[in-house]
Design a protein around this ligand. Structure first.
Ligand SMILES: [Ca+2]
Ligand SMILES: [Ca+2]
Length: 151
């Protein structure tokens, strides 16, 4: 019995050290490296809470919208620093879709910690890629919640 308590105590210390040491990994859903679209973390929740841990960090997310979606939105809330967001989409045949005139992406970069919001009205988008990064304005790391909704 004493031995089990000892082992549990050691395990608790190990988990504590891992948790404190790897700051990025105390956030449960991001899978670094995710700095390119091909390394994007698949979004499994409506809301994920993450962070840009250094100014040069990029966080790519992949959101599967499905084929019956008419429109969708992605937003950044609870910003601790001035961050920005960009989104681009692919159709059912994995072809990239032009979302905004001649641009193949949409972006939102409001001043300060104001929420960022992107609305996607193109119903051909089946897979959405989202990139979160520090704004050019301040270039500083920060935490965020990424939320998506489909209609
Ligand atoms: Ca990150
Ligand atoms: Ca990253």
């Amino acid at each position: 019995m004493k031995g089990i308590k000892y082992i549990l105590a050691i395990l608790a210390i190990v988990f504590l050290v891992i948790g404190l040491g790897g700051c990025e990994y105390t956030y449960p859903f991001e899978e670094e490296p995710n700095n390119t679209p091909s390394d994007a973390t698949f979004v499994r929740n409506q809301i994920v809470k993450e962070q840009i841990h250094v100014a040069t960090d990029l966080d790519y997310w992949e959101i599967n919208l499905g084929t019956i979606v008419r429109s969708s939105e992605v937003k950044l809330t609870h910003l601790s620093e001035d961050l920005k967001i960009m989104a681009f989409g692919y159709d059912v045949n994995d072809n990239q879709i032009t979302l905004d005139g001649s641009n193949n992406y949409l972006n939102s970069d409001n001043d300060g910690t104001e929420n960022e919001l992107i609305l996607i009205s193109n119903d051909d988008v089946v897979t959405l890629f989202v990139c979160v990064e520090a704004s050019d304005r301040r270039g500083l790391p920060g935490t965020y919640w990424l939320e998506h909704n489909i209609y």
